[in-house]
Design a binder for this molecule. Structure first.
Ligand SMILES: O=P(O)(O)OC[C@H]1O[C@](O)(CO)[C@@H](O)[C@@H]1O
Ligand SMILES: O=C[C@H](O)[C@H](O)COP(=O)(O)O
Length: 944
């Protein structure tokens, strides 16, 4: 006789503690039902981990699920696990029907990450119940402090519950009461309680593992008592189970009669964890000894096979109850606190299931990426061993502490606990924008109908650098407008952009989150007046749209000036994280790009970097940990190399990285678009990110990056299949920056030092408005048309060098101050045109080759809203060359102010310098009088 089949004669149902797709598909599960009288199935995260991770059994299902649409890692996992659960439930359905709902259940466990979250547990259980949609589903909820109230609520809603991770008598009692209370609540509400089933999964073998260890320690400590103590080994788990059963009989005795009369079933005890862990014990120990009426035993396949082969059936559960009590008394006398042991086992059990879930989700994340192929930009990191080890160590810390989930949940303690949680709107903005994209699509159509030739975006930093990437990367198909960006107060640059657009056929987009930023306000006034002159006051407003946060002064101004539209930003997103909100989407609409595709792309990366993708398989987190670890180790020059067609992405990333991390003397210094030099020019303070556009890659860049790798420099490669996929990088870099900020230990969402220079600029502008000029400053030296101003520490040597060696001498003395690990930044308050950029890039290359330090280039005031933060607030390793010039002939007035744009630019440069000085930075300002282009060339020559 098959002992398995005989169990039911003794009132016990045999369930299987295992599930896997092939097991169902090949008919193995059905065979157990038919041949062994199997009556149920249990699963847990560890079981699904074994089933899914490291097998290809699920690959086809992953592929077909993702063929039409993308999905998050947990949505994909839910799909796979629920498919299995539904199929298993269907196999067990005849048992459920024939036993009138007494048996035939299949259990699916809520996420172990929710073990301490009552509301989260309730929500997930409800979702499972609705989505699995089978009456013979049992949702597994742990018997934690947070789980118990969830059990009561879920039972009251008619959801079958398998209570898991039960070890202690008191926890068991609470669970049984929660079940009974839940039934009563349902009954009071007029619900049916006759179709509710629940089991209390009392874990067995894990108790022996834990207690045996304690007993062995006691044996070692008291050799004289070793034999007596040793005799208790392998007995406690069963004794504990037997006591639980006595408690069950009390709990579901006469006191349950009213509910029984109303159709309720008692909550059966289910013996779980019944696979023998200690090979010295019988492999059927935890089956043989726990057989009794109205119980379940869920067995792993090997235990089931063993029991079928040599199990012994009898009413063992109530045999020797006195002895069980004696065993429990004996261990209590020995000082073993069973409640404490049980508590530790629950904590441990949650952790083990969470570990399994991490492995499982990591494997699903990898399968997802493999199935998506080119639809998601691939990332690979090639790191020197010490950095690779640091990243792996951080990834393990992040995994074990659930840090990526905490990040997504807005836990400010990941950073500095100073309100970072208020700035995380960017994490979910893609979803929100997708929900209201129709409004933007309509705007896109309206813009097309109006046949604008150009669109000019006016904004600074986060409000302009993202749109600039879109303008560069996406052409303007059909009737869409060509997007230009102005983010400067330089009069020459303003005049240049004005000459490129047709004022009568241009749409102006004024973008400022705060609404109070100086540059967009005065540029808006300037162009507003120009258009008014060209079209008449009645019409000018219709050519302007604003993007600003609700209630800002810009919104007011837009209303007063009868702007065509105002789009709202999301106040929980800072400027540099705003590109996937309306700050990027509205300009994208104007270029005619496909907005749904824009959002889909962004969503794909958001899912790839989601809370459910464990750190080791989460590319955004990996990149962030790499940046953070590198920054901590002094490899803080993040050198961005991008294929020419997507080059402007570097300027966007520069702002994100510098403004987010560069503060309190810490942080990363992004180095964008640096001319390539001989490998010997690159120090051990570098880390490289290569954004390679596959369809338009550049051989020279490929070779350069390969050489860097061969030389042992850390390189992150990002492979972008087509230009539209650049959208994905916005999200990857945002999450990476937030993660790096956590590792570095700063608040990545503020910009305290930018504010400081804004204050200085305001003071200086006010002085100009009062007196007509900037307060005079004492120059360090005068060399021909160049006036030099240096920081106090450097002034003496620079003045001396200027006297003997002219401009070249002064520059040489200034740059002689660089030491390895420093960087040089050229800060030019000039027209950012190709000619000037070329000259400065030449100077940069010369400095890189001669000084062998990282080199940066920023045009003012644009860089003030970007790298300016790190230059002032980051590590004091910068050596700055500020270049300014007179704008006499070409200056432009600022409407309504006693200021010109040239004066604003000068005030900005002076404000910038004042803060650099305040922060003890090394700087030299070279002011060009007269011919700007000629002067600039001379400066570039002089640094060689
Ligand atoms: O969009 P706003 O508020 O005009 O700000 C522009 C830029 O100025 C800063 O606030 C500071 O430079 C940036 O963070 C921001 O992107
Ligand atoms: O419900 C089933 C339990 O999750 C399972 O029995 C635990 O068994 P283990 O202790 O062998 O992991």
């Amino acid at each position: 006789m098959n002992p398995l089949k005989t169990l039911s004669d003794f009132g016990q149902a045999a369930w299987l503690d295992f599930l896997a797709r092939s097991f169902i598909e090949k008919g193995d599960l059905k065979r157990l039902v038919d041949q062994d009288d199997l009556r149920g199935v249990t699963s847990n995260p560890a079981i699904f981990e074994k089933a899914i991770a490291d097998t290809d059994e699920y690959d086809a299902a992953v592929g077909s699920f993702l063929a039409g649409d993308d999905a998050s890692v947990s949505t994909l996992y839910d799909h796979l696990s629920m498919q299995d659960i539904r199929r298993a439930a269907d196999v067990l359905r005849p048992v459920y029907d024939s036993t009138n709902g007494a048996d035939g259940y299949v259990s699916l466990e809520v996420s172990p990450y929710l073990a301490n979250d009552t509301d989260g547990t309730i929500a997930e259980a409800r979702r499972f119940w609705a989505e699995v949609d089978r009456p013979n589903l049992m949702v597994k909820v742990p018997a934690t402090d947070a789980g118990v109230p969830a059990i009561r609520t879920l039972i009251s809603e008619g959801i079958n519950i398998n209570v898991t991770l039960l070890f202690s008598q008191t926890a068991y009692e609470q669970v049984a009461i929660a079940y009974i209370d839940g039934l009563r609540e349902r009954l009071r509400g007029g619900g049916d309680i006759s179709r509710i089933a629940s089991v209390a999964s009392f874990f067995i073998s894990r108790i022996d593992v834990a207690v045996d260890k304690l007993l062995e320690a006691k044996m070692a400590a008291a050799p004289a008592d070793a034999e007596r103590i040793g005799a208790l080994r392998g007995k406690v788990a069963i004794a504990n189970g037997k006591q639980a059963y006595q408690r069950y009989k009390r709990l579901f005795g006469a006191g349950f009669d009213d509910l029984r009369a109303a159709g309720a079933r008692p909550q059966r005890l289910l013996w779980a964890s019944t696979g023998t862990k200690n090979k010295a014990y019988s492999d059927v120990l935890y089956i043989d000894e726990l057989i009794g009426p109205d119980t379940v035993n869920t067995m792993p396949p090997a235990t089931m096979d063993a029991f079928r082969d040599h199990g012994r059936v009898g009413y063992t559960l109530e045999a020797d109850v006195g002895e069980a009590d004696a065993v429990m008394q004996a261990i209590a006398d020995l000082g073993v606190d069973m409640e404490a042991v049980a508590h530790e086992l629950v904590v441990d059990g949650v952790r083990l299931f969470a570990d399994a879930a991490d492995k499982l989700l990591g494997s699903v994340a990898r399968k997802r990426l493999a199935a998506l192929g080119d639809r998601v930009n691939a990332q690979s990191l090639l790191l020197p061993q010490n950095l690779a080890d640091a990243v792996a160590g951080l990834a393990e810390d992040w995994r074990a502490s659930g840090a990526i989930r905490r990040l997504w949940a807005g836990d400010a303690s990941l950073w500095t606990n100073s309100g970072e949680d208020k700035w995380l709107g960017w994490l979910r903005v893609v979803e929100a924008e997708a929900g209201r994209v129709d409004e933007l699509i309509k705007f896109q159509r309206d813009v097309a109908e109006l046949e604008f030739a150009d669109a000019l975006l006016i904004g600074m930093g986060g409000s302009s650098l993202g749109p600039e990437v879109l303008a560069q990367t996406f052409g303007a198909p059909g009737r869409a407008a060509r997007l230009h960006v102005i983010d400067s107060t330089d009069p020459e640059q303003i005049a240049a952009i004005e000459s490129r657009i047709n004022l009568k056929r241009t749409l102006f987009i004024v973008a400022s989150k705060s609404g109070g930023t100086l540059e967009p306000n005065i540029l808006k006034d300037y162009f507003y007046e120009k258009v008014a002159a060209a079209l008449g006051r009645g019409e000018v407003g219709s050519r302007f749209v604003a993007i600003t946060d609700p209630g800002s002064s810009m919104e007011e101004a837009a209303k007063a000036a009868s702007f065509w539209r105002t789009f709202h930003g999301e106040p929980t997103i800072g400027g540099r994280y705003a590109v996937l909100s309306r700050f990027g989407l509205a300009p994208a609409a104007v270029t005619g790009m496909n907005l749904r595709m824009f959002l889909q792309n962004a969503q794909t990366m958001a899912w790839t970097c989601g809370p459910d993708a464990p750190p080791a398989d989460n590319p955004g987190v990996q990149l962030g940990l790499m940046l953070g670890a590198a920054g901590r180790a002094g490899r803080d020059k993040v050198t961005l190399i991008a294929s020419p067609a997507i080059r402007t992405f570097g300027a966007w990333a520069e702002q994100l990285i510098a403004e987010s991390t560069g503060k309190q003397g810490k942080g990363l210094i992004p180095v964008d678009n640096e001319p390539a030099a001989d490998l010997s020019a690159y120090g051990a303070d570098r880390i490289f990110i290569y954004l390679r556009l596959r369809k338009a890659s550049n051989l020279a860049q490929d070779e350069f990056v390969a050489a860097l790798e061969r030389a042992g420099h850390p390189v992150a490669r990002i492979d972008i299949a087509s230009p539209d996929r650049i959208i994905q990088e916005f999200f990857r870099f945002e999450i990476a920056t937030a993660v790096a900020g956590s590792v570095i230990g700063i608040n990545p969402f503020d910009q305290p030092d930018v504010e400081a220079s804004k204050v200085r600029t305001r003071e200086l502008s006010a002085a100009i408005e009062q007196t007509g000029a900037l307060p005079a400053q004492q120059p360090t030296a005068q060399v021909g048309p160049f006036t030099l101003y240096a920081d106090a520490a450097g002034a003496g040597a620079i003045a001396e060098a200027a006297r003997s060696g002219g401009l070249a001498g002064a520059l040489n003395a200034h740059f002689n101050r660089t030491v390895p690990g420093d960087y040089v930044a050229l800060l030019a308050y000039l027209n950012r045109n190709e000619a000037n950029a070329d000259i400065l890039q030449g100077a940069r290359k010369a400095l890189l080759e001669t000084r062998r330090v990282a080199t940066c280039l920023g045009f003012g005031p644009r860089f003030l809203h970007s790298t300016g933060q790190a230059y002032k607030g980051g590590p004091n390793t910068g050596v700055f060359l500020q270049i300014t010039a007179d704008h006499l002939a070409d200056d432009l007035p600022v409407p309504g102010r006693k200021l010109s744009f040239g004066q604003v630019e000068a005030a900005q440069a002076a404000g910038d310098l004042a803060v650099l000085e305040e922060r003890g930075r090394r700087f030299l300002r070279v002011h060009i009088s007269g011919d700007i282009a000629g002067g600039l060339r001379q400066i570039a020559e002089a640094v060689r």
